[in-house]
Design a binder for this molecule. Structure first.
Ligand code: MOS
Length: 755
């Protein structure tokens, strides 16, 4: 039997998804469902003085309006409100807790009705008086008040002095605006009232056990009284790592009404949740004339809320990539009157590496060196934060293979030196890096004598392909066709699993399945040995494999016992095993995934329109379990990188502290017309140190470096370095040809202004 691991296996959950059989949190139906609608604050900071719900309550079909004044009891300690992924510092947000307003868009009332439309209408009749307070929502205004947060990055040497003495210097500030999550599926919870205060909660989340523990904390409930389910997730990318407020409100409503309740946020309300924090990044790079680095300073200032300190690592990536005797990293947080920022695909790296790789490109220009050549001269074989080697690092091979596939050798180094008709052509590149994490996780396998296995655990598949890779590993380890494997996920009562995030699920889940499959094999071998005249009587566990529905000796394939015979002999028709797999603590090596991203842009000289016509990305992420789902993951990351470079930006009106583009018409993301040719290469990277199967995971690496590669290509095309994302047309205006401004004016119907 050929192995499934490593093949382009189609999603095992694909048919359920395309036929609509896969149900999402807002789609589970039970009888007697009530519907909720959230009323949000219109001010950014202050307190509620009065809420008048009388008019709303008079609407036929309205069941109740919950506010901080009449809601059921919720826990009062920070500890009870902290979920597994909550920041250490601060107080998690508590919806409808008290009269305090901490951000615009904060939920202030929950209208409950027999019909969703009735609830929405009644919500428009809730009258609220506020007492306003002064607020700040602009990072630039608050940057000087930012405070330092401790990070694992270690300074070494004397970066400032080395920078001052360097032959060639580059210093600049880069900016990434706030970006909001726009997964296709809205945040939703359907809470089923099971009677007696017991709840079954269908929730959009990346971690059912996290939400289960959180709800038990908030509502002071026993573990067995709350079950959380999330079998399918329509995209989450970090937004579903922490429980979101709608699950609290839906549960609160179910407890208040003693009835099942559904609450689905609107797209606009999704902008009241977490987001990728706006970040100011300062890079100072000092190089020797030979193109080796001598000084790296990377400082970041990122947004968090007034009430909680969320941050990720923006600044330490240079220490993983580039050799430098002197380095300094500082991460600061600025408090604004907004919700707490949160994880978004490759949090910290997507932003920090954008800045680092833009700066490296600028340094290459200053050194008159090809950027790939600069990166090879500075290439680090060691993680300089911890001063350890890597379990594996095929980054040099990524550069080589991506450059070759892209045709990089044909690049003319000077900006504006390549064109295609009326378009300027730019070629840029960048490096990507992410962590290869792995965490303890359990799996249960139930194998029946007819050769069918059910593999289950509480993990969620957020669309990455977890169902499929678990089925592949189970099929290989149990020696069964993949059609005989069924995977059950997303139920808090199943064996222990962490939230799905950080790109750790592939390694964690697959090793859990492999470890549990070994227990199954052990039991089957024991059964086979008790058979009269057993051909495996002397076989040791490590000498046998499960293949083609049999327990087979590795030394002699003719020595085999079928699973059915072994079970029949033991008078059983099912084996069930559950095991937690851990990974040994080992700080002797750094574990990272890497990429090299090459981008081509074409910029219309007349209109400044930027098209990303080609991307080639080469990924080194250990063993690729499924080349098809892996390819899709990386493509998705690249597309998001295009959005980060050219489109995405949450726009605030700082006079009101409100988001002005809280919808996907005006919050721009790439559409099909923005996505052209994307080539994904997986570089061979055997790794027998990191874990037995050599898995690194690749949920996040796909986006890292993409925005920088595009920004560098835009510079190469136009000669204009845009450091604040997104690179919109207006930022190139006045920079392209002189005729272009005249043409632009004509196009918008105005006479050209005279110089
Ligand atoms: Mo990922 S940002 O950990 O879902």
């Amino acid at each position: 039997m050929t192995p499934y691991i490593g093949t382009a296996t189609s999603r095992v959950d694909g048919p359920a998804k395309v036929t609509g059989k896969a149900k999402y949190a807002g789609e589970f139906n039970v009888s007697g469902l009530a519907y909720g609608t959230v009323v949000e604050s219109t001010i950014a900071k202050g307190r509620i003085v009065r809420i008048d719900t009388s008019e709303a309550l008079q609407v036929a079909g309205v069941l109740d309006v919950l506010t901080h004044e009449n809601r059921p009891r919720m826990a009062s300690t920070n500890k009870a409100w902290k979920d597994d992924v909550a920041p250490e510092q601060g107080s998690p947000f508590r919806p409808l807790y008290d009269e305090k307003i901490m951000f615009s868009g904060q939920p202030v009332a929950l209208v409950l009705a027999e019909e969703w439309e009735v609830a929405c209408y009644a919500a428009s009749l809730v009258r609220i008086e506020y007492e306003k307070q002064a607020f700040v929502t602009d990072l630039h205004q608050q940057r000087d008040q930012a405070f330092v947060v401790e990070k694992p990055d270690k300074a070494h040497g004397h970066a400032d002095a080395a920078f001052a003495a360097a032959d060639v210097r580059h210093e600049a500030e880069y900016f990434i605006p706030t970006e909001h999550h726009n997964p296709m599926e809205l945040f939703a919870s359907t809470v089923v009232w099971d009677g007696d205060g017991k709840l079954t909660v269908y929730d959009k989340t990346q971690g059912v056990q996290n939400v289960q523990r959180y709800l038990c904390g908030v509502f002071e409930k026993k573990a067995e009284d709350v079950r959380v389910m999330s079998p399918y997730v329509g995209g989450a990318f970090g937004s579903g790592l922490r429980p979101q407020y709608q699950v609290v409100l839906a549960a609160l409503a179910a407890l208040a009404l003693q009835r099942s309740v559904r609450l689905v946020l609107t797209r606009q309300q999704m902008y009241g949740l977490g987001y990728r924090p706006a970040t100011i990044e300062r890079l100072a790079l000092g190089a020797n004339a030979d193109g080796t680095l001598d000084a790296i300073t990377h400082e970041a200032i990122a947004v968090t809320s007034e009430f909680e300190d969320f941050s990720r690592n923006d600044t330490g990536w240079a220490a993983l990539l580039y050799k430098s005797a002197n380095a300094k990293y500082v991460h600061r947080l600025a408090r604004l009157d907004v919700p707490t920022s949160c994880d978004m695909r490759a949090p910290g790296a997507a932003t920090g590496v954008y800045a680092l790789e833009s700066a490296m490109d600028e340094l290459a220009v200053a050194l008159k060196l090809d950027p790939v050549e600069l990166k090879l001269r500075c290439y680090s074989d060691r993680d300089q934060n911890e001063d350890v080697p890597y379990t594996s690092k095929a980054l040099a091979e990524c550069y080589r293979q991506a450059a070759e596939a892209f045709g990089w050798h044909g690049r003319k180094p000077d900006p504006r030196s390549m064109r295609d008709g009326s378009e300027l052509v730019g070629w840029g590149m960048a490096t990507g890096v992410w962590e290869a994490l792995q965490v303890p996780m359990a799996a249960r396998i139930g194998l029946t004598s007819n050769g069918h296995a059910e593999v289950s655990c509480a993990a969620t598949d957020i669309g990455t392909g977890t169902y499929t890779i678990m089925a592949q590993v189970a099929a290989d380890m149990l020696g069964l066709p993949i059609e005989n494997i069924s995977i059950k996920l997303g139920d808090s009562t199943l064996p222990q699993a962490p939230v799905e995030g950080g790109s750790w699920m592939a390694a964690s889940a697959c090793h859990a399945v492999a470890a549990t499959a070994e227990e199954v094999r052990k039991e089957l071998l024991a059964l086979a040995k008790t058979m009269k005249g057993s051909p495996l009587i002397d076989a040791k566990l490590e000498d046998v494999v499960l293949a083609d529905g049999k327990i087979v000796s590795k030394r002699d394939e003719s020595r085999a016992v079928s699973i059915a015979d072994a079970m029949r002999n033991g008078a059983i028709d099912r084996i069930e095993k559950e095991k937690i797999n851990g990974f040994p603590e080992d700080s002797s090596h750094a574990r990272n995934a890497h990429s090299a991203v090459f981008a081509e842009v074409k910029v219309d000289e007349q209109l400044s329109v930027i098209r990303v016509t080609r991307i080639v990305t080469a990924i080194a992420a250990g063993r690729i379990l499924n080349t098809k789902t892996a390819h899709s993951q990386i493509m998705g990351g690249v597309v998001w990188g295009i959005g980060m470079a050219l489109h995405e930006e949450t726009v605030y009106d700082h006079r009101f502290g409100r988001i002005m583009n809280a919808n996907i018409a005006e919050y721009h993301v790439p559409v099909n017309a923005d996505v052209h040719d994307i080539k994904v290469i997986f570089v061979d990277e055997p790794d027998d140190i990191i874990n037995p199967l050599g898995i690194k995971g690749l949920g996040e690496i796909g986006i890292v470096g993409v925005a920088a590669a595009i920004a560098n290509a835009v510079y190469h095309a136009t000669g204009k370095r845009v450091r604040d994302l997104p690179i919109t047309l207006d930022k190139l205006q006045g920079y392209l040809s002189r005729s272009s401004s005249r043409r632009r004016s004509l196009l918008i119907g105005r006479a050209p202004s005279r110089p």
